[in-house]
Design a protein around this ligand. Structure first.
Ligand SMILES: [Zn+2]
Length: 246
């Protein structure tokens, strides 16, 4: 599968960029994972909006969902402005927050479908597995398998060894690093660079991509702090358009 970073900022996007959004593609099937502010605009650098086949949402914090409405309006206008045939379109999310879950559907153009931990979900060529995270609101990490590779995305979470075990064997770990080593990340349901590195070390993944990055400090320091915890893993920070075939 091909993985592309659309947006990687925590909370709000920097100028011309986006908060959480990741595009995965396999055999011409595109899934957008999370759809934060700026994602509907930025994703068009990598994919026509008509070519997005499904959306999977980790949780309903604004920096993961605030551009959902733009995708809804696009689906409404698409038959009039695009030569791409209109396909049925589904957004997947958990339904523990019923009001937010219902907002994923839109005027018969977009269906909402709930996922659950312990229930594998097939979306095109991908199989998703969901893991509840440690966060102030219900949120799910995802293990995403295709026939020849596995991606693990932590979404927003505090550190747990259970999640490291779930991520074991992944070809790529996309882990949030909202804070620097030594900061009190657990209080906010987030991880530091050091904890993201520990997770990668325990999971023995070949590549760790740090994301959900803070609007302070020097991001190159995050890499150094994470790398110290997982010497056998290649560590990078997310950037717009970062892409990798796994
Ligand atoms: Zn969050």
């Amino acid at each position: 599968m091909k993985v592309t970073v659309v947006g990687y900022w925590h909370a709000f996007p920097a100028a011309g960029e986006a908060t959480s959004g990741y595009l995965i593609e396999k055999d011409g099937f595109n899934v957008l994972i999370d759809c934060g502010s700026g994602v509907a605009s930025q994703v068009q650098h990598y994919c026509n909006l008509a070519e997005i086949d499904a959306v999977v949402i980790s949780h309903y914090h604004d920096d993961h969902v605030s551009d959902i409405g733009s995708l809804h309006y696009y689906r409404l206008l698409q038959p009039h402005i695009s030569e791409y045939p209109q396909q049925p379109f589904t957004m997947y999310g958990h339904d523990e927050d019923v009001e937010s879950f219902q907002k994923l559907s839109f005027q018969g153009e977009v269906n909402a479908q709930a996922y659950e931990a312990g229930q594998p979900l097939n979306v095109g060529p991908f199989t998703f597995h969901f893991y509840k995270t440690t966060h102030p609101v219900p949120c799910y990490a995802m293990k995403i398998e295709s026939k020849d590779s596995t991606l693990f995305y932590t979404a927003d979470t505090g550190f747990t060894t259970e999640m490291a075990e779930a991520a074991a064997g992944a070809d790529l770990l996309i882990a949030e690093s909202s804070f620097y080593k030594g900061q009190d990340s657990a209080r906010f349901g987030h991880m530091t660079s050091e904890e993201a590195g520990q997770m990668a070390g325990l999971a023995k993944v070949p590549t760790l991509l740090l994301t959900h990055l803070p609007h302070f400090g020097d991001h190159s320091q995050l890499v150094v702090e994470a790398q110290n915890e997982c010497p056998d893993t290649f560590v990078e920070t997310a950037s717009p358009g970062w892409t990798k075939k796994i």
